[in-house]
Ligand binder design. Structure first.
Ligand SMILES: [Zn+2]
Length: 223
């Protein structure tokens, strides 16, 4: 009799801030070291989830510079004494405005300087896990996606949602660029890829290619 093997990566999604942004705690089950992706706020709640799971946080990852995704990241990094990796440096201007945007949205926001800006093709580690970095501009110019190939799992921030896509009406948003990011950078990862969006429920790329009113194959083909 064989036991089911423990998957190398486990993840818990924790909606945070009044905007209900999907912060993800992901961890390496072998080392029990983990990272928060997009620690936007509600930091006490995040710390409790990590403690409950027995995970030691070793770094904070950031998809993009919006307040609900990283308003609390600089604060949590200081509290935990861990580094910040991401996003791509074109989002520096968003991160510099976290203080004022926090006041607008009722979220504690603090600008920070990541220990490492990320570029397309980079890799980040969490314990013994290795995730690929994919630069997907359009919603913001420095937006990155984290992809764990062995799990067919992508953390896509506000690039793509179940049934929708990210807004592009912000400064330096670009609709055509966003569509290119989705179709040329995400779709090639495979239809069976599950993704954690920045808000709402998970989905798969296959599902979105079939039914998403913005980026379904048939929609983009003009059908
Ligand atoms: Zn955003």
């Amino acid at each position: 009799m064989t036991e089911n093997a423990t998957p190398p990566l486990k993840a818990v999604i924790i909606p945070v801030t009044p905007l209900q942004q999907n912060c993800t705690l992901l961890w390496c089950t072998k080392t029990m070291k983990g990272a928060f992706v997009d620690a936007g706020g509600d930091l006490a709640k995040l710390r409790k989830v990590a403690a409950d799971q027995g995970v030691t946080i070793e770094k904070l990852l950031v998809t993009h510079g919006h307040i609900d995704h990283c308003g609390g990241t600089g604060i949590l990094a200081e509290e935990l004494g861990v580094p910040i990796e991401g996003p791509q440096e074109e989002d520096r201007f968003w991160i510099s405005m976290l203080g004022e945007h926090g006041r607008d949205y009722g979220i504690e926001g603090r600008p920070f300087e990541p220990n490492r800006w990320l570029e397309d093709g980079d890799q980040v580690t969490v314990g013994e896990l290795v995730l690929d970095v994919i630069h997907c501009p359009g919603h913001t110019p420095g937006h990155v996606v984290f992809y764990h190939a062995p799990s067919h799992l992508a953390l896509v921030g506000d690039v793509l949602f179940r049934g929708s896509i990210g807004r592009t009406d912000f400064p330096r948003g670009n609709h055509d660029e966003l569509i290119r990011s989705i179709t040329q950078k995400l779709w090639p990862l495979g239809g069976d890829t599950r993704f954690v969006p920045g808000h709402n429920e998970m989905s798969t790329f296959a599902r979105e290619r079939a039914s998403n009113m913005f980026v379904a194959d048939q929609v983009l083909a003009g059908g």
